[in-house]
Design a protein around this ligand. Structure first.
Ligand SMILES: C[S@@+](CC[C@H](N)C(=O)[O-])C[C@H]1O[C@@H](n2cnc3c(N)ncnc32)[C@H](O)[C@@H]1O
Length: 282
């Protein structure tokens, strides 16, 4: 399907094109269209800049044209997290204090992660979905090396203030894999892997095995359950505020997947909502 999107010249430089793109993204998502491609003449700097600024990445380029690609869901998610960044920590505290879905147990998970990591005196940590840096900040302050990945630049802006010398990659989990150039002792997904469907979680956890040092561990803190039935019960309990677009980790799904050939999987249930997975590289 080909569509031309153009802003009238009277409306240039007023931000209308970005707003229009945003509206189009929601319509595409509703129509279950995942990807947009866009071809721009190489001399059209204005349009090229627009694409770079609005989350498109270059798929290929020849002497005449640049072909861009944009993942609809990722771009919508980026917008949501950019808009949430300033209030994110407050939302976590509120949900945690009310001991309710989704963040009940967040601090408990944080302290458990700190306990696990600090058993080693030196480690390089990869925080996937680093957000505002809340989880890895105490470890950074203790001298651990941290690399943070997040698709939201506003989240990363906040994290950078707390972890000024950490390395940050502003991209999706998938795209970040080609940019990782180290072996990590710990890879943390705290309340972040649920943005991928179950098969994509498994594929990512398998791929990222290459980036784990020997004896390295993946730590996943999240809303989670032992099996699908428990997840269904949790969903029923919190039906009015449940986020249907998220896929919370389920021990059973991980244990029955190919992951068991690459990791020793353990799970610690923290409360009715949350739990902590450890995937030890074997
Ligand atoms: C709920 S927040 C959790 C942040 C942090 N880990 C914490 O525990 O406070 C989820 C984070 O994952 C990021 N995120 C979501 N989907 C992502 C993806 N596909 N690739 C990279 N980051 C993603 C969001 O931008 C957001 O900062």
């Amino acid at each position: 399907m080909t569509r031309q999107l153009e802003t009238h010249r009277d409306y240039y430089h007023k931000g209308f094109a970005s707003k229009l793109l945003n509206k189009v993204l929601y319509e595409l998502k509703r129509d279950k269209i995942d990807t947009i491609y866009s071809i721009v003449r190489n001399h059209n700097y204005k349009s090229l800049n627009f694409h770079y600024k609005n989350g498109f990445s270059v798929e290929n380029k020849d002497d005449v044209d640049t072909k861009f690609v944009l993942n609809v869901k990722d771009q919508i998610r980026k917008e949501l997290f950019d808009n949430w960044a300033n209030n994110y920590n407050k939302s976590v505290i509120k949900s945690e204090q009310e001991e309710t879905y989704p963040f009940a147990g967040y601090s408990n998970i944080k302290y458990q992660i700190i306990d696990i990591v600090t058993k080693r005196s030196f480690a390089h940590i990869l925080d996937m979905g680093v957000g505002t840096g809340e989880i890895t900040c105490p470890l950074y302050n203790l001298g651990y090396r941290v690399t943070g990945v997040d698709l939201s630049e506003k989240m990363i802006d906040i994290a950078k203030k707390k972890l000024p010398n950490a390395i940050f990659i502003c991209d999706t989990f998938q795209n970040s894999l080609t940019k990782l150039n180290a072996q990590y002792d710990f890879i943390i997904f705290n309340y972040s892997i649920h943005h991928l469907d179950y098969q994509s979680q498994i594929d990512l956890l398998l791929k990222i095995n290459e980036n784990l040092s020997s004896q390295g561990r993946i730590i996943i803190g999240d809303v989670s359950t032992i099996n699908r039935e428990d997840m269904k019960k949790l969903q029923e309990k919190y039906n009015s505020i449940w986020d249907d677009e998220e896929y919370y980790p389920i021990l059973d799904i991980y244990q029955k997947s190919e992951l068991r050939n690459y990791y020793k999987i353990s799970y610690d249930k923290i409360n009715e909502v949350a739990g902590l997975f450890e995937l030890l590289k074997i």
